[in-house]
Design a protein around this ligand. Structure first.
Ligand SMILES: O=P(O)(O)O[C@H]1O[C@H](CO)[C@@H](O)[C@H]1O
Ligand SMILES: [Mn+2]
Ligand SMILES: [Mn+2]
Length: 406
């Protein structure tokens, strides 16, 4: 019975890529920076203290993968631990360091074209675009029109939004058009309709995603984003390994969390809505109990990125990693004879880096299964090696990019 379980720790990079200078990210290392801060006693909070402790991820080869990627073995992890998994680090072929590019490349389809971006930090959006969106939505105006951190902008504009009823439009270094509205005063359905309009009006702008950012709370300092976030993505440019498994093998692809949105619902046969590390973990285990031959169980753990990476919260990121690590054996124990477990990431988001954007980094490629020999997979030229490996494992037609490592 063939099954792959793919766990994406969103933003968990392990060291800058060779082309990081193009992104201003030379020296970024999400895991490395967290490990350093923890070892120095600079990442303590109510949930955690001291050096970074990730024995289970380390046994799969995480520490060594980071060392091969960056020359730095993460402090806190045991350099002499017995390694039970195959481990490597992969560079990104895609032109961007965003979530869809990273995920599509993992599934064998790198994004070789350039996305459209709203590069101006202020007055970011063309007036003819926002005029059309507002007109179709029957709104007189909007707030924002800038690059922003999604939580900071709620503090800055949330109250004005509640008072005026005007939506908040903002963007970032990613190819995104984001709309934040209060779930209760503006309404979730209205926000989703507005995002759909924006998606349609953005057709000529080559923008990867429109993101609905609903939030709740009474006022400044008390606003919180909810689990009703929706990402309206364009479709991947060609068939991913997910789609091939469905089309060629009549397989199942189970999306847990954001995965379905990221692939624009293409190549996905089941969707499980889940928010937060704990619920995502439980949902992954449920799917592992249910799914049979020719299935991919694919989970995105977005909190690493959205709650800690973008928020530059090192202690929070470390605590979340330690929580993930503690629960990992539950999944290892559930693996059946031929199951393949892949732990990876889609880009970096070093919580010690300036600003609030992603960082261009290698991703870890940790592969574990009862019949997979432990040891280094070395440097991989593209995330698409994962997709090609899956194509070979499931016996679909080959992907155009990537080399199988099994
Ligand atoms: O600051 P928030 O809203 O979390 O935004 C982050 O999430 C979006 C999608 O990854 C990007 O725009 C990134 O900057
Ligand atoms: Mn991401
Ligand atoms: Mn992000």
């Amino acid at each position: 019975m063939k099954r792959a379980i793919i766990l994406v720790l969103d933003s968990f990079g392990i060291g800058a890529t060779e082309d990081a200078h193009k992104f201003g990210d030379v020296g970024a290392n999400t895991l490395g920076s967290i490990a350093k801060a923890c070892a120095a006693g600079n990442a303590n909070n109510d949930d955690r203290q001291g050096p970074l402790t990730l024995p289970n991820l380390n046994a799969l080869g995480l520490g060594k993968a980071c060392e091969e990627s960056s020359g730095y073995f993460p402090e806190g992890l045991d350099e002499n631990a017995e390694i039970i998994g195959a481990y490597g680090h992969a560079a990104e072929l895609s032109s961007g360091k965003d979530t869809p590019s990273g995920h599509w490349e993992i599934a064998g389809v790198p994004v070789l074209f350039d996305w459209g971006y709203f590069t101006d930090k202020e007055n970011s959006f063309p007036k003819e675009l926002t005029d059309r969106i507002l007109e179709r939505a029957g709104l007189p105006d909007y707030l924002g029109n800038c690059h922003a951190s999604g939580t900071q902008i709620l503090d800055d504009l949330g109250e004005e939004h509640m008072k005026t009823g005007l939506p908040i439009f903002y963007t970032s270094a990613d190819s995104v058009f984001q709309i934040a509205c209060h779930e209760e005063t503006f309404g979730l359905d209205r926000l989703l309709e507005l995002c759909q309009i924006a998606r349609e009006e953005l057709e000529d702008y080559n923008i990867g995603r429109v993101i609905a950012r609903p939030f709740i709370g009474p006022g400044k300092g008390q606003f919180e984003r909810t689990g009703n976030r929706r990402d309206l993505s364009v479709e991947p440019p060609s068939a991913t390994v997910l789609q091939k498994l469905v089309d060629e093998k009549q397989g199942e692809v189970v999306s847990i969390g954001k995965i379905a949105d990221i692939y624009a619902h293409v190549g996905i046969t089941k969707k499980v809505k889940a928010t937060g590390l704990e619920v995502l973990f439980n949902a992954t285990k449920d799917a592992m109990n249910q799914e049979g031959d020719n299935s991919i169980i694919f989970t995105n753990f977005v909190d690493f990125d959205s709650h800690y990476g973008h928020r530059r919260n090192v202690a929070g990121y470390a605590a979340a990693l330690e929580y993930f690590d503690k629960r990992l054996p539950e999944i290892l124990e559930m693996l059946k004879e031929d199951d393949v477990l892949i732990l990876t990431a889609d880009h970096g988001c070093d919580p010690t880096w300036e600003g609030s954007d992603h960082t261009r980094e290698h991703i870890p490629v940790l592969v574990y299964g009862k019949h997979i020999p432990a040891g280094s997979l070395g440097r991989r030229e593209t995330f698409a090696d994962i997709g090609q490996t899956l194509a070979k494992y499931f016996g679909t037609s080959d992907m155009e990019y990537g080399k199988s490592f099994l």
